[in-house]
Design a protein around this ligand. Sequence first.
Ligand code: C5P
Length: 403
Amino acid sequence: MLSCKRILLIIGGGIAAFKALDLIRRLRERGAEVTPVLTRAGAEFVTPLSVSALAGSRVFTDLFDLTDEAEMGHIQLSRSADLVVVAPATADLMAKMAQGQADDLASTLLLATDTPVLIAPAMNVRMWQHPATQRNIATLRSDGVSFVGPGEGDMACGEHGPGRMAESLEIVAAIEGALADGPLKGRRILVTSGPTHEPIDPVRYIANRSSGAQGTAIARALVALGAEVVFVTGPADVPPPERVDLRRVETAREMLAACEAALPVDAAICAAAVADWRMATAATSKMKKTAGGLPQLEFAENPDILASLSQRSEERPALVIGFAAETDDLEANASAKRLRKGCDWIVANDVSAATGIMGGTENAVLLITATGTEAWPRMPKAEVAQRLAQRIAEHLAREVAIP
Ligand code: C5P
């Protein structure tokens, strides 16, 4: 899948550097050529010898190595790859990239390169959450840098939360996605999918029957056209798509936060069935049956993610798409929803029982835009997704330049 693809792999200085060794192995198994660059700090965690043995290539470490300059200057080294991958990307390396600093081989290559860059951040949770890192992330995203991870979990430093480097197979998938050709290459697209779960107490929750099939099919179709997809999903029945930047959430509020953290994106597709309500206050311990009667549940309204993305004054995606599942007056209700939420397109479908669409494999949708309504013939749901992805590609090609 990656045969003859040339990857320049920059290994930063973090405990996750050991995972870079496995990444090299996985990439080579798939036929990629890996040219490793080890930062000075990276060499504190993995040895140049193990990196070069696995890569089957010499390791580049020093900007001022004159032999390198004679054989292959740093400019050429930075440009001879199909993709530059930074794994682990430390907070320090990301700060240098965001600032355009070039004071060692890795940062100089990153400044000199004209090839796409994919980074796999890895750092302590507080470093990841620090406003300075968050500013750097936003800068790097708007410079066109792609991200894979970080994931959440227990970290080597003993803390728990986001900051853990993506696993090597996730990075491989992101690399395959970044190298895929197609009309959406260079586009970053957010897809929400699945239901949300809103806790009542630690063991009970409010949910809905969304399987996540629609959002998953759309994400797959976008990836197939070369998009970098951030897939924010609630607890769905169907497995998530491959080759996406997967962000798992439970509640509507977590879904909104994950969507906001994914910005900027070129397009957002809200296919999730977000719960409209949550408990005003979820109980912190399991509610007990009492002789006194039934519990009183007080609801609070959840944020509307589609409306919130559509109505942002900053970083509004160039194209925001919502869904409308209606049982009556499909076109009128869906058109009104488009205006009410402020999104650009609505994909509307009739979910009344007679259509057999709910839970079925086919769909018949209306695509409602500012210029009118198109009725698409009944077709398999995967084909609806492919057709929508194609339309998104055409729209972005017309309206939004790739940075
Ligand atoms: O208002 P209604 O739920 O019918 O709107 C459906 C559309 O709005 C879908 O695109 C859904 O993903 C989105 N939505 C949302 N956040 C909510 C409710 C709906 O993003 N809280």
